[in-house]
Design a protein around this ligand. Structure first.
Ligand SMILES: NC(=O)c1ccc[n+]([C@@H]2O[C@H](COP(=O)([O-])OP(=O)(O)OC[C@H]3O[C@@H](n4cnc5c(N)ncnc54)[C@H](O)[C@@H]3O)[C@@H](O)[C@H]2O)c1
Ligand SMILES: [Zn+2]
Length: 363
């Protein structure tokens, strides 16, 4: 039986590309690539772990060789891994029409996307995201890149994919913590754009935790739709795309001061959203009831790593170093209602400090 897939189209400067979502999307990959008129020469790139778990599902993807397997995990998101991918592409004589298919989490997507952006100045890339975070966020939007020893994502390029296939069935094997981390980004979409997502999560949480496809697939679909709409309107983050940074000002700073070791990205965003809501409520721009609603949902997802030993001062310093400070003023996304945001440009250090204290950070 042909599975029924949801599809959205993202418009990018380089042209529109489809995102197909649903259980069975992987088996449909070959057909989808043909429909998108992508070349018949295909190279699969994945990680050892992901390929071991799900590789057999790609038999029909029409690849002509065994996959190129690399390491994943944040510490491999660097130029060495990119070089390994480029070496492998040279070795198999990949040409300009060869389609590179990235199968894995956000790290694989960012590394392979960057290699795809630079090999022969750019070859078509197909993303098959296999973590919840990658499905709802990183596979869509064309940001690619790797870390430098001195900072995260310092090296990169915009390279929009030619096709994204998100199959929620692969999420069944995801470690519990990785899965939960992705759910915080889904909450983000609920807050900034679609409050019904918050209701759905609250109402179906046991089924979501049980990875019931009927409960998880709609979250992936809705999130992809929102991310696709936002990046279609603003690919280069000059305006609307900034709403995706809700919770990320404090979240990124928490990740940086703990050297990217303590939190999964989504967990830091969980705290970041709580901080953004606290600041909004204190200012009177965010309804108190919304703050309480999201706080309760985040609590229901389970305990977040402790922040008691993290110094607010260091977090503030990290915020100031972040890209979101434009000409000395902090651009901060706050929630103005369920599904609505407002950009604040005059948030003071004192307001942030008060919010961090509320989260339980030390002085
Ligand atoms: N490009 C963007 O727009 C964008 C947006 C958000 C995040 N990111 C990047 O994404 C990265 C994080 O991605 P991530 O959270 O997916 O982490 P990840 O890629 O490190 O994957 C997490 C772990 O899950 C494993 N895994 C992947 N799929 C699996 C599956 N189906 N079953 C079992 N295990 C599986 C991986 O082997 C890995 O150990 C960060 O580097 C971040 O900077 C990029
Ligand atoms: Zn994020």
């Amino acid at each position: 039986m042909t599975p029924s897939l949801d599809r959205v189209v993202v418009s990018a400067a380089s042209g529109p590309y489809p995102v197909v979502i649903g259980s069975g999307a992987i088996e449909m990959l070959g057909a989808e690539m043909s429909a998108a008129k992508l070349g018949s020469r295909r190279v699969l790139i994945s990680s050892h772990r992901v390929w071991e778990l799900h590789g057999q599902r790609f038999r029909k993807a029409g690849a002509d060789r065994t996959p190129i397997l690399i390491e994943d995990g944040e510490r491999y998101k660097n130029l060495n891994t990119v070089a390994r991918v480029l070496d492998a592409l040279v070795k198999v004589n990949a040409d300009r029409s060869t389609v590179v298919i990235a199968i894995g989490g956000g790290v694989i997507g960012d590394v392979v996307g960057f290699a795809g952006a630079t090999y022969l100045r750019g070859v078509p890339v197909v993303h098959v995201p296999t973590t919840l975070l990658a499905q709802v966020d990183s596979a869509i939007g064309g940001k690619t890149g790797v870390n430098h020893p001195l900072g995260k994502n310092l090296i990169g390029a915009f390279h929009a994919p030619s096709l994204v296939a998100a199959d929620p069935a692969v999420l069944e094997t995801l470690p519990r913590r990785e899965f939960r981390a992705g759910l915080y980004e889904v909450i983000k979409y609920g807050v900034i754009s679609e409050p019904a997502l918050l209701d759905r999560m609250r109402d179906t949480l046991p089924a979501i935790f049980a990875r019931d496809g009927n409960a998880v697939a709609p979250l992936v679909s809705a999130s992809c739709r929102i991310k696709a709409a936002v990046v279609s309107a603003d690919e280069r983050e000059s305006g609307l795309r900034r709403i995706l940074n809700f919770g990320h000002t404090v979240g990124h700073a928490l990740e940086a001061v703990t050297k990217y070791k303590r939190f999964r990205h989504g967990e830091a965003i969980g705290y970041g959203m709580l901080a953004a809501l606290a600041i909004g409520v204190a200012r009177g721009v965010t309804p108190k009831s919304l703050g309480e609603e999201v706080d309760a949902l985040i609590t229901q997802l389970g305990p977040l790593p402790s922040v008691a030993d993290i110094s607010s001062k260091e977090v503030l310093a990290a915020i100031k170093r972040d890209k979101k400070v434009v000409n000395g003023t902090l651009h901060f996304i706050a929630a103005s209602d369920r599904g609505k945001t407002i950009e604040l440009t005059d948030v003071t250090e004192k307001e942030i400090k008060t919010a961090l204290k509320k989260l339980g950070l030390s002085a």
